[in-house]
Design a protein. Structure first.
Length: 254
């Protein structure tokens, strides 16, 4: 994780003396960082940033969900603060997840946006003392007015034990996001999800909301260093709006 991005976001929060999520008015913050925000229908991207001489104009795609719009603005402010030399940034929906290996600037802008919208100091200090919980994600998403996915990514990165967030769609892995301590080899994007996974079962039948089951390591990982008796928990959240299933996966010896 980019400490530079975290430090840059924290500097802005400190400068503005922000102590509560209600004070994080992202368009005002953008303006104070010399980013003028406009909105219009644009194709091929959700945010378009043009920077020159220390100032920038940001065009945000119209009709985005409020939480998504806030993250797009924060992400583009991150580009302006951290990557102003790029001049022009066109960011599509995949850029806001944070699993880019070929475009590290996008991951860095996501880290910046995450810290700016969901400051680490506003999370409870004992947040990682219990196993991962979708209820905690829901509560903090409401608290910060952020999307469920963005909140979950921030949340799992606060754990000192390995946790992975996996998104599946139409029976295939769409993307995955391991936290900093998760060193397992994941199955590939586009690969079919295992029949024994809870995500697969959830697609076939009505599964209790936030259900949790024990799964074998090869359900989600292709790491041959994992022994067959090293079990994992999988807990799922299904989004009817996007027809996607989010899975949190962590070792039983958490």
């Amino acid at each position: 994780m980019s400490q530079r991005a975290i430090a840059a976001a924290q500097h802005i929060l400190s400068k503005l003396r922000i102590t509560d999520p209600s004070q994080i008015q992202i368009e005002e913050i953008a303006y104070l960082e010399n980013v003028l925000t406009t909105e219009k229908e644009i194709s091929g991207s959700e945010g378009r940033l043009v920077s020159k001489y220390g100032k920038a104009i940001l065009t945000v795609k119209s009709n985005l969900h409020a939480a998504r719009r806030r993250f797009v603005i924060a992400h583009e402010v991150g580009h302006h603060v951290l990557h102003s030399e790029m001049g022009l940034n066109l960011c599509e929906s995949a850029d806001f997840i944070g699993y880019h290996k070929t475009r590290p600037q996008e991951s860095e802008a996501n880290v910046f946006a995450s810290e700016l919208l969901m400051p680490s100091f506003l999370w409870k200090s004992d947040i990682n003392n219990a196993e991962p919980s979708w209820h905690v994600v829901e509560n903090y998403a409401s608290y910060f007015s952020t999307s469920f996915t963005a909140t979950c990514i921030k949340y799992i990165n606060m754990f000192k034990s390995p946790v992975t967030l996996i998104c599946s769609e139409n029976g295939k892995i769409k993307w995955f996001f391991p936290n900093l301590t998760c060193k397992y080899f994941h199955k590939n994007i586009g690969e079919s999800i295992a029949p024994e996974s809870l995500a697969k079962k959830q697609g076939k039948q009505s599964v209790e909301r936030f259900a949790k089951e024990i799964v074998l390591p090869n359900t989600w990982f292709s790491d041959y260093n994992l022994s067959g008796d090293q079990y994992f928990y999988e807990s799922c959240y299904y989004s009817e709006k996007y027809n996607q299933t989010l899975s949190l996966v962590w070792p039983m010896n958490f």
